[in-house]
Design a protein around this ligand. Structure first.
Ligand code: B12
Ligand code: SF4
Length: 451
C-alpha cells in the first residue's frame, strides 16, 4: 500500500467572508507534487460545503449554501466568539466552512496518514488554522503536522509560536518537498521537477475536490511591480511565467476531464507584457472553442488595456473583470509606485465598452484606509470611477509585515499590528485616517454601490 498524506485547508475565521472563486491552489499544487512522488493523497477542505462524503460520518452535514452559476457564492458559517484580542469590536464573528463535528468525522474516516500538510491564507485567519491543527493533533497525536502558505510566509515566528504545527515552512512549498518526504516522512524522493520552471510542475490535483464548480488558473508567479502595500515580492521574489499554450492545455484538460466551465485567474500580473502571455493565451482560448467562462477576481492592470486586448478578452469569454486603480489622487498614485494613472482608466473603460462590456462588468478596486489617506480622497475616487461608467469596489487596506508601507501602517494604527496578526484584518480598517469614521465608511460603501 502507498504511504499516504492528509492535506487540510483550514477554516476562515472573520467578521465577513464571501467565496469569490476561492480554492486552495497552493495546497493543490503540493498535492500533485506529492502524488507524483508515489504518495496517496487525501484532502479535507474546511471551506467546501459539499465535502461530506466521509463514509463513517455519525453527524448529519448541513445543506451546502446555494452557489451562483459562475462558481462563487456564500460559505456555510457559524457564529462563534471572537478571540479576546477582538473583544472591543462589536461585530458578529464567524467560522466560515463546515462544522467542526463534520471536520472531525471526515478526518477520522481517513486512514492514518504518514504526515499532515495544512495550508494557510490571510495572516488574520490564523485562529482557523490553530483550531484545525488542534483537532488533527487530537485524532493523530503522533503524526507530524506541516504548515505552510501565505500566513506562515508573512508571519513565520507567530505561526511557530501559536499554531501547534510541528513544522512551519515559509515560502513556495515546491522547495520543501525533499524535506517533507525524506527528512520528515523517511521516504525517498523519486520525482523532482525544476521548480523554477513553472511548465515542469504537474497540474494542481483538482480531481480531489468534491465539487469543482470553478477552478483557479495561474499563468505566473510574482509580479514585476513593487507596490509598497503589497506582499507579492515577499511571497515570490521573481516574476516567472508559464508557456501560454501549456496554460490553455490545462484549461482544456479540466474542461474535458472534470467538466469545469468557469475558471478564475489568480495571477498578480496577468496582462503585463501582453505579447508574452495575454495575447497568445487569449488567442489560443478563442481558437480552441473551449466553451469556458473566465473570471479575474484579482486586480488586472488598466494600463495594458488596448482596443485589441479588450476585444480579445471579450471574445475569449472573460466575464468578471476587476482592475486595480487604487486611487485617483495623482500624488498617491505616484507614492504607490505609479503603476496606473487616471488616463489609463479612462482609456481602458472606453476600449472595454467598445469591445462589448457593459459599465457594470468593469469593476475597479479602490484602496480604502491606507495610512494617511483621507476620507475625502476615497470619496473623490469613488465619484470619479462612477462618473466614467465603471463600478468602484472598495478594497479595504490590510497592513502586511515586510512591505514598504509596514512602518507607516504601524505608526498610523491604534492597534499593535506587529504583535497580533488579527489586527491585519481589512474589515477593521486598522490604519484608517481620523476622517474615515465608521459612519463615513458606510456612507462610502453606499456611494460606491450607487445608492
Ligand atoms: C487570488 C488571491 C485572492 C482571491 C482568492 C484567493 C484564494 N486562494 O482563495 C480573492 C480575489 C478572493 C482575494 C481576496 C482578498 N485578498 Co487575496 N490574494 C490572492 C493572491 C493574488 C494569490 C493567492 C494564491 O492562491 N497564490 C498562488 C498559490 C500557488 O500560492 P500560495 O497559496 O502562496 O501557495 C504556495 C506557498 O504559499 C506554499 N504553500 C501553500 N500551502 C502550503 C502548505 C504546505 C504544507 C507547504 C509546505 C507549503 C504551502 O506553496 C505553494 C506553492 O508554491 C494573493 C497574493 C499572492 N501572490 O499570493 C493575495 C493575498 C493573499 N490577498 C490579500 C488580501 C489583502 C486580500 C483581500 C483582503 C483584499 C481586499 N482588501 O479586499 C481580500 C480578502 C478576501 C476575503 N476577506 O474574503 C493579501 C494577504 C493579506 C494578509 N494579511 O494576509 C495577499 C498576500 C495580497 C497582497 N496584497 O499582498 N485574494
Ligand atoms: S501590481 Fe498588484 S500584485 Fe503587483 S506589486 Fe502592485 S499590487 Fe502587488
Amino acid at each position: 500500500m502507498k504511504p499516504s498524506v492528509l492535506l487540510v485547508n483550514p477554516w476562515i475565521y472573520d467578521f465577513a467572508a464571501y467565496d469569490y472563486w476561492m480554492k486552495p491552489l497552493g495546497l493543490m499544487y503540493m498535492a500533485s507534487y506529492l502524488r507524483e512522488n508515489g504518495l496517496e493523497v487525501r484532502l479535507v477542505d474546511c471551506l467546501d460545503g459539499y465535502a461530506t462524503q466521509a463514509a463513517s460520518m455519525a453527524v448529519t452535514p448541513r445543506r451546502p449554501p446555494r452557489r451562483k452559476p459562475g462558481g462563487h457564492g456564500k460559505f456555510l458559517r457559524q457564529r462563534i466568539v471572537a478571540p479576546p484580542a477582538l473583544d472591543m469590536i462589536a461585530r458578529p464573528y464567524h467560522r466560515y466552512g463546515i462544522d467542526p463535528e463534520i471536520f472531525t468525522a471526515m478526518v477520522r474516516s481517513v486512514e492514518k496518514p504518514r504526515a499532515i500538510l495544512a495550508t494557510s491564507m490571510m495572516t488574520y485567519w490564523y485562529p482557523g488554522v490553530i483550531d484545525a491543527i488542534s483537532i488533527l493533533k487530537e485524532i493523530f497525536p503522533e503524526i507530524p503536522v506541516i504548515l505552510g502558505g501565505i500566513y506562515t510566509t508573512l508571519c513565520p515566528e507567530h505561526a511557530r509560536a501559536h499554531t501547534g504545527a510541528d513544522y512551519v515552512l515559509a515560502g513556495a512549498g515546491e522547495g520543501y518537498v525533499d524535506l517533507i518526504l525524506e527528512k520528515i516522512m523517511g521516504l525517498s524522493l523519486s520525482y523532482r521537477p525544476d521548480s523554477k520552471n513553472l511548465d515542469a510542475l504537474p497540474y494542481p490535483a483538482w480531481d480531489l475536490l468534491s465539487h469543482p464548480d470553478q477552478l483557479p488558473v495561474l499563468t505566473s508567479r510574482g509580479c514585476p511591480c513593487r507596490c509598497p502595500y503589497c506582499a507579492t515580492k515577499i511571497l515570490n521574489r521573481t516574476f516567472r511565467r508559464r508557456d501560454p499554450r501549456r496554460v490553455v492545455d490545462e484549461i482544456a484538460h479540466w474542461r474535458k476531464t472534470l467538466g469545469v466551465k468557469n475558471f478564475s485567474f489568480y495571477d498578480d500580473a496577468l496582462l503585463v507584457r501582453p505579447e508574452e502571455m495575454a495575447i497568445p493565451l487569449l488567442k489560443d482560448i478563442i481558437i480552441r472553442h473551449l466553451d469556458t467562462v473566465f473570471h479575474c477576481p484579482n486586480g488586472l492592470h488598466l494600463s495594458e488595456i488596448t482596443p485589441y486586448i479588450a476585444t480579445l478578452l471579450f471574445r475569449a469569454g472573460f466575464r468578471t473583470l476587476r482592475f486595480g486603480l487604487e486611487t485617483t489622487d495623482r500624488d498617491r498614485q505616484r507614492a504607490l509606485g505609479g503603476k496606473v494613472e487616471n488616463v489609463h482608466f479612462e482609456q481602458a473603460t472606453a476600449y472595454l465598452r467598445e469591445a462589448g462590456y457593459e459599465a457594470d462588468d468593469i469593476a475597479v478596486y479602490l484602496l480604502c484606509g491606507l495610512p494617511g489617506q483621507s476620507a475625502g480622497e476615497i470619496r473623490e475616487s469613488i465619484r470619479y470611477v462612477r462618473s466614467h461608467d465603471a463600478r468602484p469596489i472598495l478594497a479595504e487596506y490590510s497592513p502586511i509585515p515586510g512591505t514598504a508601507l509596514w512602518d507607516a501602517a504601524r505608526q498610523s494604527s491604534p492597534y499593535p499590528l506587529a504583535e497580533e496578526p488579527l489586527f491585519h484584518n481589512n474589515s477593521l480598517l486598522p490604519c484608517a485616517h481620523p476622517t474615515l469614521t465608521t459612519l463615513e465608511y458606510h456612507a462610502m460603501k453606499r456611494l460606491s454601490r450607487g445608492n
